[in-house]
Design a protein around this ligand. Structure first.
Ligand code: APR
Length: 264
């Protein structure tokens, strides 16, 4: 289904999408940073602030950046973790949690490293790019538990030396997948399997440029699923999805749930 592109103006939701969602047994949603942006978590393409103003997020999120300046990169991730801990899930996160109860087999795949889907009530979220809350040892890979609570940081953030592993003394690293690293095997397999079997695939709040996550939409298209993009901005996917909905996920997703399952 590569043709039939329609850009919709709210509040209309494409009737094909509503019918397909109602009839679907298997629905997959892939989310990206845009879904958390309405909770105040900056996306990767937003200009950074504070100590990180002169850095591109994509430059900090690499193994070589961590090797070169661990205190800078660990400080950045602590600053992001503090931002997420202070944030609340938004209506988009909640709509996806509700959708899980309305579709027989619902798979939520995210590129986000925050826990806002879980805090909105979603369970079994497939995290393709790891999680901020799960740092681990670079040496023995044992997990490391952050001190409870929100890290105390100046508003612009600060450099912080990473902690050391209690078991082997090696450096702890953020529990996220950096550019140039492989995705975790089992989450990726779960994402692929669900995508290849789904009838409806929604791509929400992602620039759809970072591989291999971005290729999931193409797998869904090849498998004959009805594919949807929800994004206020244009992306490369606009040309290939069945329905492109131009709008913020915090508005569009609740509306989609309301119109598809009125009274739910
Ligand atoms: N609702 C929906 N989409 C939004 C909203 C919103 N309210 N606000 C912004 N967006 C869109 C932007 O238009 C953009 O297309 O969200 C997208 C965010 O793009 P990225 O910052 O590139 O985030 P993402 O696609 O998740 O990035 C993928 O790249 O940097 C790596 O590992 C990192 O997981 C990340 C991956």
């Amino acid at each position: 289904m590569g043709n039939g592109l329609r850009t919709l103006v709210l509040p209309a939701v494409d009737a094909r999408l509503i019918e397909a969602l109602r009839a679907a047994t298997r629905v997959v949603v892939l989310t990206g940073a845009g879904v958390s942006s309405e909770s105040g978590v900056p996306t990767f393409r937003d200009r950074q602030s504070g100590l990180w103003e002169t850095f591109d997020a994509a430059e900090l999120a690499t193994p070589s950046a961590y090797a070169r300046d661990p205190a800078l990169v660990w400080g950045w991730y602590e600053w992001r973790r503090a931002t997420v801990l202070a944030a609340q899930p938004n209506a988009g996160h909640r709509a996806l949690a509700a959708m899980a109860g309305l579709v027989p087999q619902f798979t939520l795949i995210t590129q986000n490293v925050d826990d806002l889907h879980e805090r909105a009530g979603s369970s079994c979220v497939v995290h393709l790019h790891g999680e901020l809350s799960r740092p681990y040892c670079e040496g023995c890979r044992q997990g490391y538990a952050h001190a409870p609570g929100v890290p105390e940081l100046p508003p612009g953030g600060k450099r912080i030396e990473p902690p050391r592993c209690a078991a082997c003394g090696a450096r702890i690293r953020p529990g996220v997948v950096w550019f140039g690293e492989s995705l975790p095997h089992l989450p990726w397999l779960a994402a692929l399997e669900a995508t290849r079997a789904c009838e409806v695939f929604l791509c929400c709040g992602t620039s759809a440029v970072v591989q291999p996550a971005a290729s999931l939409a193409n797998f869904a298209i090849d498998a004959g699923a009805l594919t949807v993009q929800v994004n206020p901005n244009q992306t490369d996917l606009d040309a290939s999805v069945t329905v492109a909905i131009r709008g913020p996920t915090g508005m569009v997703l609740p509306q989609l749930v309301r119109e598809t399952w009125p009274g739910a």
